[in-house]
Ligand binder design. Structure first.
Ligand SMILES: CC(C)(COP(=O)(O)OP(=O)(O)OC[C@H]1O[C@@H](n2cnc3c(N)ncnc32)[C@H](O)[C@@H]1OP(=O)(O)O)[C@@H](O)C(=O)NCCC(=O)NCCS
Length: 168
């Protein structure tokens, strides 16, 4: 992600169909977004990535290695008007990047209990549901469960090999 992506990413992040699934759901100002970017871009443990298809930006991924160099948490969203299938491709590319470029041992994700798309998405990308933190998140109105997912590098490699074998 570069400075020139800032306004586009802010538009995606502020879209009601994206922000309703985030831990913070208020509309983010350009100022706040810029200061987040200035803070995070200089942090070597954080990768901020733009997913492109045919040169067209259509999604955002963050990979944060705060516990160790080899274990990361990810966050992501597709452009609200992106065509069907974009999410899956974004996920596959992010996993390639995480396990090949960053040489991760494990990638972790969290989804709010009502975010069925994200829960299905993690399962479709071979993540294991590792736990459910009951009523762990308060959105100002109600408490929601947080569903925790994890994928190990060796699991990703073997699932990927199987999938490639099936398509050949
Ligand atoms: C989470 C997110 C990236 C998941 O992506 P996705 O919705 O699975 O993306 P896809 O476009 O690959 O798939 C959308 C649906 O179309 C289906 N689909 C995929 N390719 C298709 C095609 N060519 N034709 C028809 N349907 C298709 C998928 O099976 C999926 O169906 P499902 O929702 O019943 O599983 C996306 O929903 C998103 O950005 N959500 C808002 C932000 C968010 O929740 N972020 C995660 C926080 S934890």
């Amino acid at each position: 992600m570069e400075e020139t992506d800032l306004e586009r990413v802010l538009q995606w992040r502020n879209h009601p169909d994206v922000r309703r699934y985030m831990y913070t759901t208020h509309e983010i100002s350009l100022e706040e977004h810029k200061s987040w970017f200035a803070r995070t871009r200089s942090n070597p443990s954080i990768s901020l990535l733009i997913f492109e298809q045919c040169g067209e930006p259509c999604g955002f991924v963050s990979i944060v290695r705060s516990r160790s160099r080899k274990i990361a948490d990810w966050g992501f969203y597709t452009a609200p008007d992106a065509p069907k299938g974009t999410g899956r491709k974004l996920g596959q590319c992010a996993l390639e990047y995480g396990f090949n470029e960053l040489a991760l041992h494990k990638l972790c994700g969290q989804a709010l209990g009502f975010n069925e798309s994200s829960i299905n998405f993690h399962k479709a990308l071979w993540f294991t549901e590792e736990g459910r933190l009951r009523e762990q998140h308060f959105d100002g109105i109600a408490y929601h469960d947080v569903v925790c997912f994890g994928l190990l590098a060796n699991e990703w490699q073997s699932f990927r090999k199987d999938e490639k074998g099936q398509t050949q």
